[in-house]
Design a binder for this molecule. Sequence first.
Ligand code: NAD
Length: 474
Amino acid sequence: MESGLKERNKSFKGSVDRMFEVAAATMELEPGLADQIQTCNSVFQVSFPVYIRGEFRVFTGWRAVHSEHFLPVKGGIRYAPIADQDEVEALAALMTYKCAIVDVPYGGSKGALQIDPRDYDAAELELITRNFTMELTKKGYISPSLNVPAPDMGTGAREMGWIADAYRALYPNDINAIACVTGKPVHMSGIRGRNEATGRGVQYALREFFRHSEDVQRAGMDGDLEGKRVIIQGLGNVGYHAAKFLSEEDGVRVVAVIEREGAVVCEDELDIEELAAYRREKGGGQGFRDSEFVEDGSLLLEADCDILIPAAIESVITTENAERIQARLIAEAANGPTTFEADEILRDRGKVVIPDAYLNAGGVIVSYFEWIKNLSHIRFGRMDRRIDELRGQRIVEAIETAVGKPLPETQRHDLVRGADELDLVRSGLDDTMRQAYNEMREVFLSHDKVHDLRTAAYVVAIEKIAQSYREMVY
Ligand code: NAD
């Protein structure tokens, strides 16, 4: 029993389960309801052959459906050599809680293929992705009304485009076929702002955190984001966008970027755009101008900074390093970067953690917008943009007539401009991230038994999912 428990606690899913259980224990739920919410409804494992480089190669993948209290279920597909069923189940559970926290009406799902995408060229990856899509579709694990994947680690718009095309070929009569996956390229019925959405959501969430001076003080800081020293792990989709937006638009100073090959450190400030271009060209960050390179990059997780943003993989903050983490605020852009035990250590040390299930929800929020766009078959803003412009024009004319002189050109431009799809996506994302933060914060401040934002986020999620179950008639 003792060793079984230890083993379970070591796994990613074990961590997610224990975080759930801590939150559920603070609530008064009907007997058995917490178990139902926590249980993963189904997992599909598939192995399939693909003929590549003159031989048959067998690939193994999974798709887990955690909860179907809302349909479709939603969650990314990751391509990673270390993917396994435990990880997929943990990520599917996180998706359920995440969707509830940000009021996106989906159940949670997640998929993975055990593959290192760097080992294959684009044509091979396309073949593998199309085969994986066929396998998942045949069993009902991809469908616009039942199960809608999205990008995750190792996948992006290109892979989602292949999935959409393969699905469409199987169901040419389904008028909503293109809604079977989100995160597609914009020219393939994707939505503007999806690629940047998770990083953008991290930015909006941090802005909201810094609007609450008590929360900022609790983390041992003051003021706003301007000048805050940030260390970020992972310069992929999520990390790159978060670091870019926060440094270019909010004045944070990114002082270290931790990647697979090591960490690039600059006490002054790293230029994220330049560093990303440099890494693309050289295959790594070593030798980047005015920086120091630290081969054991994980050491930088423990370095002094205001905000640590793990944005790469799970289980990087563990009992091994949690005692030494110096960051005042840990903003979990990745899924599951902190293990259950490490989370307890951080809390005991007074560190503030903004939890993954809330912080990285930007992707699924904008995926929801894309899915709605696909089902309504019209781009957001298409019907009202010109009418908004006309209204703005009339307001400008009225003001100019009243004051007897023309408005400065920049004001005129801002008042007249109608919102386009990207404006609307960003507005919806910002609003959702702000509201969800305040809901989570309210629980944190008002419940005696809730001692951190993660538990608060889980309480918010569990309450909403429990309500759905109560309303279901069997
Ligand atoms: P990605 O594949 O685009 O980027 C991951 C980056 O992390 C890569 O640059 C990779 O080199 C780096 N990395 C991998 N292992 C590392 C290590 N041990 N140390 C340092 N760097 C390492 O993936 P992504 O889409 O940016 O996802 C990152 C995390 O965010 C994952 O946990 C994912 O589940 C989560 N997430 C992604 C999305 C999304 O929309 N893409 C949404 C929500 C959550």
